[in-house]
Design a protein around this ligand. Structure first.
Ligand SMILES: [Zn+2]
Length: 236
């Protein structure tokens, strides 16, 4: 009985190990990091699109002003403007357009810097995401390996346990054991260790010990405290 309990306890332990694998936690952590990064990459890419649109706009604004300056300049150079007032107005306009061009060129430079920064941020995040993806793949492989190892340990432990169970056969004691395992799980059978219950360590009175030891071998004993089946030395 205690051999079966030990085999079941080992199986419980292996199953618990399987449920709480550190490799599984690592995979979950990396998955959540990857999801976060994917979100950030998406945001950074949207930012790249926005800032490059702004840059195109700034370039167009500069080009428009340049075109107007060229047009005005051509008009001035053509000599077709004869009125002094008109000439003066045109020259003023060119001067003011040139100031505007200089301002717009500053804005264009700024937009270029912003766009470059957005691109480098997106590139950094993409690189980080690729690194996490690689770690995640390695972690998944490690998890699969750990699970496979444990699975074969579980298989082996289960065979061992089934052999012990078959050898014990079906008796009132094994029926009770299986019922207790089903209802409560964990340790439900223990050896009497000296004058103490091997499961909960309760000390039994000398009278109880004497009664236990003198009882017929096929009597089922239970601990008063934890209700475990108590196996007395010499019993099965
Ligand atoms: Zn007990």
């Amino acid at each position: 009985m205690v051999e079966l309990q030990a085999a079941d306890a080992q199986l419980d332990q292996l199953k618990h190990k399987l449920d709480t694998l550190p490799e599984t936690q690592t995979v979950a952590d990396l998955q959540s990091q990857y999801a976060d990064l994917e979100l950030k990459v998406g945001q950074a890419q949207a930012n790249v699109a926005d800032t490059s649109r702004e840059l195109v706009k700034a370039e167009e604004a500069v080009n428009q002003v340049r075109a107007r300056i060229t047009k005005d300049q051509q008009l001035l150079d053509s000599g077709s403007v004869s009125s002094a007032k008109q000439l003066e107005d045109l020259q003023h306009e060119v001067a003011s357009l040139q100031r505007r061009q200089s301002d717009l060129e500053d804005e264009q430079l700024e937009a270029m810097e912003v766009a470059e920064k957005a691109e480098s941020e997106a590139a950094d995040l993409t690189k980080q995401a690729a690194e996490i993806a690689a770690s995640l793949e390695a972690a998944r492989e490690a998890e699969t390996k750990a699970k496979d190892d444990l699975d074969s340990q579980v298989k082996e432990a289960k065979q061992k346990r089934d052999t012990i169970n078959d050898e014990l056969g079906v008796t009132d004691l094994t029926k009770l054991y299986h019922k207790l395992r089903l209802d409560h799980g964990g340790v439900v059978a223990a050896k009497l260790k000296g004058d103490r219950c091997g499961a909960c360590n309760l000390q039994l009175s000398p009278v109880d010990i004497k009664a236990l030891k003198e009882a017929p071998a096929d009597d089922v004993h239970r601990c008063d405290e934890c209700r475990s089946i108590l196996v007395v030395d010499g019993d099965q």
